[in-house]
Design a protein around this ligand. Structure first.
Ligand code: BES
Ligand code: ZN
Ligand code: ZN
Length: 479
């Protein structure tokens, strides 16, 4: 989609137009005919938010009415969603070029609408023979934003697309070594982003027992990727924010192989890594003045000949021993090494991880938000909750009571890799990880419910969502 800024007078504009209307009296000042005004009036009586299309043969007018009385974040999210309805109408009408204007609409509301339209316009279609519908050009009324503001947003949206593309790619097209190469080549486009790719030998020499164990059943080597963005105008030089992302390129479950259709969609088990890489690149794209490091352990989880097995006892990067109880609880094993690596090597201000970690998180809160936990990071999580509500990528905090520690104690090692009861699976996973963060402020984000949608949800089509990028980007902006 190409975005241009133009002076647009809605009443006289000759072309297809989207008109956002936030004022109370919808019948005034509209580029509508009498009958259309009547129809709008009737709709206003039945509800404050609606989208309708009117003929302007051969052009179309899309009228979007929203309730400007509601809190701003809600209005913005409403507009993101209404944009999806408009997009569907445009597809039906075959309209690919459209102008955008409004009345009683704030700049941030206009941007939110554009955001919804943009995010909904993406589809994973590189393997489709038939061309899919996409908007060619959006001409935005120049009173709502500057070119510079629009460019900033667009760079962020592009990173969301990159993330979605990586997550949507099957493991046959993107394994650990290929993903590491891809990250390296993207990083080469930035002078402020350093990408270090550690290969299997290096990982062995570091004794990352978790990552190596999970990789044992695979024919593809693991990688440990470090992306470091150091802005020229730096504030927190010695205390970076460290982002850790789960990079299971495919999760078969390993020897505890996933049954029935539980395996499907497990190409998305590297969404945490894709998200964190995208956040670092977005920060670099827009020159945010924060020092950010992403640590990305990458491997697939397979039941190949030498696969790790239940009962194995692993020695992790920081020396902690772990009894493997279930090879399908692999994410926490590779993340534990990465978190311990952050603690030992970066003196982080805060460690934040994102991981498609537990089915229990999906069962607890469905696909409407992120299950979050913290240790020594009350302030940081509070801040994340606030920005999460603003961008509508929401967090709900789960408790980290000490009672849960009992559930991950092992008879033979320091920890076991899954809880001794099936209850509170999301929390025991978070507890396991928190052990490796030691005293460092630590936030855990379980994105299992939101990283990948099996059914379209608003401006997310079926497939990878990129959920969490706008959240973490907004969090970095607050620093
Ligand atoms: N990658 C899965 C979690 C998952 C499930 C993500 C559904 C997205 C959708 C993870 O590695 C896993 O298999 N977790 C197990 C843990 C259990 C064995 C303790 C789970 O949640 O069942
Ligand atoms: Zn698993
Ligand atoms: Zn997994």
């Amino acid at each position: 989609m190409i975005y241009t800024l133009q002076d647009i007078n809605a009443k006289e504009y000759e072309g297809s137009l989207i008109f956002l209307y936030g004022d109370e009296c919808a019948e005034r000042n509209l580029p509508l005919g009498r009958k259309e005004v009547e129809s709008v009036k009737r709709k206003v009586e039945s509800g404050k938010n609606f989208v309708c299309g009117f003929d302007r043969l051969p052009e179309r007018l899309y009228f979007v009415k929203f309730d400007s009385e509601r809190p701003s974040a809600e209005v913005q999210e409403g507009l993101r969603r209404q944009a999806v309805e408009v997009l569907k109408m445009m597809e039906k009408d075959g309209i690919k070029t459209v102008a955008l204007s409004g009345e009683g609409t704030l700049p941030e509301e206009m941007i939110a609408f554009v955001e919804g339209l943009t995010l909904a316009d993406y589809s994973f279609d590189r393997f489709c023979s038939k061309e899919r519908f996409h908007v060619d050009e959006l001409k935005i009324n120049a009173v709502y934003c500057t070119q510079e503001e629009l460019d900033f947003q667009q760079r962020l949206w592009n990173r969301i697309f990159w993330c979605r593309e990586w997550v949507n790619l099957p493991v046959a097209d993107l394994n650990a070594t290929q993903f590491a190469e891809e990250l390296q080549s993207v990083a080469e486009g930035f002078k402020n982003v350093k990408c270090t790719v550690m290969d299997k030998r290096k990982i062995e020499s570091l004794r990352m027992g978790g990552l190596l164990a999970v990789n044992k059943g695979s024919v593809d080597e693991p990688r440990f990727v470090v992306l470091e963005y150091t802005p020229s105008n730096l504030k927190n030089q010695n205390n970076p924010i460290v982002l850790v992302g789960k990079g299971i390129m495919y999760d078969t479950g390993g020897l505890n192989i996933k049954p029935d259709d539980y395996m499907q969609e497990m190409k998305s088990d590297m969404a945490g890594a894709a998200t964190m890489a995208s956040v670092v690149f977005a920060a670099a794209d827009n020159a945010l003045p924060v020092h950010v490091v992403a640590l990305l352990p990458l491997t697939d989880n397979r039941p190949g000949f030498n696969a790790y097995a239940a009962d194995d006892i692993l020695t992790m990067y920081d020396g902690t021993t772990v009894e493997v109880v279930n090879t399908d609880a692999e994410g926490r094993l590779i993340l534990a090494d990465a978190i311990a690596y952050a603690v030992k090597n970066y003196n982080p201000r805060v460690i934040i991880d994102a991981a498609t970690l537990t089915g229990a998180a999906v069962r607890a809160i469905s696909t409407f938000g992120i299950a979050a936990m913290q240790q020594n990071a009350e302030k940081e999580l509070e801040m994340l909750k606030i920005v999460g509500n603003e961008v509508y990528e929401r967090l709900v905090e789960f408790p980290m009571w000490k009672e849960y520690d009992e559930l991950i104690k092992s008879d033979f090692a320091d920890l076991r890799n899954c809880g001794s009861t099936p209850q509170a699976g999301t929390i025991t996973a978070g507890k396991f990880l928190a052990h490796f963060a030691k005293e460092v402020p630590y936030v855990h984000l379980d994105i299992a419910g939101v990283a990948y949608f099996t059914k379209a949800q608003h401006y997310f089509r079926t497939g990878a969502s990129g959920y969490g990028i706008r959240l973490l980007y907004a969090y970095l902006q607050m620093q």
